[in-house]
Design a binder for this molecule. Structure first.
Ligand SMILES: Cc1cc2nc3c(=O)[nH]c(=O)nc-3n(C[C@H](O)[C@H](O)[C@H](O)COP(=O)(O)OP(=O)(O)OC[C@H]3O[C@@H](n4cnc5c(N)ncnc54)[C@H](O)[C@@H]3O)c2cc1C
Length: 408
């Protein structure tokens, strides 16, 4: 059997593209993943105790883009969920992102207004003429003491790097608040697929023109069996590390089930200065599942292993650009998603930015290359940034470093 498209990677990017190509353009798609499951890093499943867990770290869907939300709502109903986190610092749990309570607890103050907190930040701030790296961003916003207590140790564990060696966007993505608001994300829409991410992806790719093959690596596929290729795996791997191996950070997850309904006050606790793990997640807070026991996951950052996070440093971005140049030479291959574009971004950017295909083109007849992006059947979705790729109705935008994606 031959296919119009081979899509390598059944993660968020691969599943959305497969669905769009099959349902909107009538294409026959072979969707493969080397893992034995769909969903990529957003994959969730029930553990041995019957508790729904996210196998590759907590995934919270958050966006201000109602069109993307409407599109995904075709495949799932939602559980509204406002993500909250605490940081374990000097034996106490304080809100993260920093807010008034964080400051009061850590410094023993009784600040009661936004102005008082802002005044405290003003006293603490260090002058920086430019914000070249993550340390600049934080010390210029809240000063060195909060930087040392909440950011530095976390960054050293998570990235194996000092914040001054990381792009400004890494630590800069967390807001700083003067009030008592303690939600992790600012986005208006925050939710979890009611039956989980895996169930949502399963519905998305349940289409007669999509053929799924799991536990199948791209290297196993015969090149004669498809016309075009969409690759969502690591771009350096695709080119046989022609320009050297791109560095990624990896993670190891350790799960514990406890004989109590809840162990933590909130879903996520970060450990910037103590313990070898960076954070713990208690999934029932996120999923809303009712169960007499609870499962948490501890995350241990690793230098090697399965690629999770592209490392946001200028020299690696330069190295990635060498691969992008190679990619542009290939007329029938496109690189989409987090690993293929060596970008640090969240789930929402995939449906919104990576690709949209539509049967209804913009007055150019059936020419797919000019297809507009159509999400809900009633709304065009134009990419919000400059178009970087344009391929057979699949459009991808440049991912600007200023994108406000805030998680970790
Ligand atoms: C710990 C963690 C927490 C996160 N939390 C959030 C969050 O709360 N909210 C949020 O919006 N985003 C979050 N994200 C980001 C989110 O996971 C990604 O944006 C999204 O999963 C990226 O989808 P993708 O399809 O590009 O890549 P992936 O999900 O990585 O999927 C790529 C797939 O390609 C497969 N693949 C790779 N190479 C090959 C090959 N050669 N052959 C076959 N298959 C291959 C892989 O097995 C993988 O399944 C988090 C990420 C991590 C790591």
């Amino acid at each position: 059997m031959t296919y119009d498209y081979l899509i390598v990677g059944a993660g968020f990017a691969g599943c959305v593209l497969a669905e769009r190509l099959a349902s909107q353009l009538g294409k026959r798609v072979l969707l493969i993943d080397r893992r034995p499951h769909i969903g990529g890093n957003a994959y969730d499943e029930y553990d041995e105790e019957g508790i729904l867990v996210h196998r590759y770290g907590p995934h919270v869907f958050h966006t201000n883009d109602r069109r993307v939300f409407r599109y995904l709502s075709r495949f799932t109903s939602w559980r509204p969920y406002v993500h909250k986190a605490r940081s374990f610092v000097e034996g106490r749990l304080v809100p993260i992102p920093i807010n008034r309570e964080t400051v009061n607890v850590l410094f023993g103050f009784g600040l009661s207004t936004d102005e008082e907190v802002e005044c405290f930040f003003r006293r603490e701030r260090e002058h920086r003429a430019t914000r070249e790296n993550s340390e600049d961003v934080v010390v210029a916003a809240v000063g060195r003491r909060l930087f040392d207590l909440l950011y530095r140790g976390y960054s050293l564990k998570q990235w194996g790097l000092e914040p001054r060696d990381l792009a400004p966007s890494v630590c800069g993505r967390l807001p700083v608040r003067t009030g008592l608001l303690d939600r992790y994300f600012d986005d208006a829409i925050q939710a979890i697929p009611r039956e989980g991410y895996t169930a949502m992806f399963a519905r998305m790719i349940d289409h007669p023109r999509i053929h799924l093959s799991l536990a199948t690596a791209w290297s196993e596929i015969n090149s004669g069996s498809f016309d075009r290729l969409i690759f969502t795996g690591p771009i350096d791997e695709f080119f046989g590390e022609l320009h050297g191996k791109l560095p990624y950070r990896s993670l190891r997850f350790e799960y514990e089930t406890h004989d109590c309904e809840f162990l933590q006050p909130v879903a996520m606790i970060t450990y910037p200065n103590t313990f070898p793990f960076t954070r713990t997640t208690e999934f029932k807070h996120i999923t809303g599942q009712v169960h007499p026991k609870t499962t948490i996951a501890k995350e241990y950052p690793l230098e090697t292993g399965e690629p999770f996070y592209p490392i946001p440093r200028r020299e690696y971005v330069e190295q990635y650009r060498l691969y992008r140049r190679e990619a542009k030479k290939l007329a029938t291959v496109r690189f989409v998603g987090r690993l293929a574009t060596y970008q640090y971004y969240n789930m929402i950017r995939l449906p919104r930015n990576a690709s949209w295909c539509s049967k209804r083109s913009r007055g150019e007849g059936p020419h797919e290359g000019r297809s507009s992006a159509r999400l809900g059947g009633d709304t065009d979705l134009e990419p919000s940034g400059p178009v970087a790729e344009d391929f057979d109705g699949v459009r991808a935008v440049n991912l600007s470093p200023s994108g406000g994606h805030r998680y970790r």
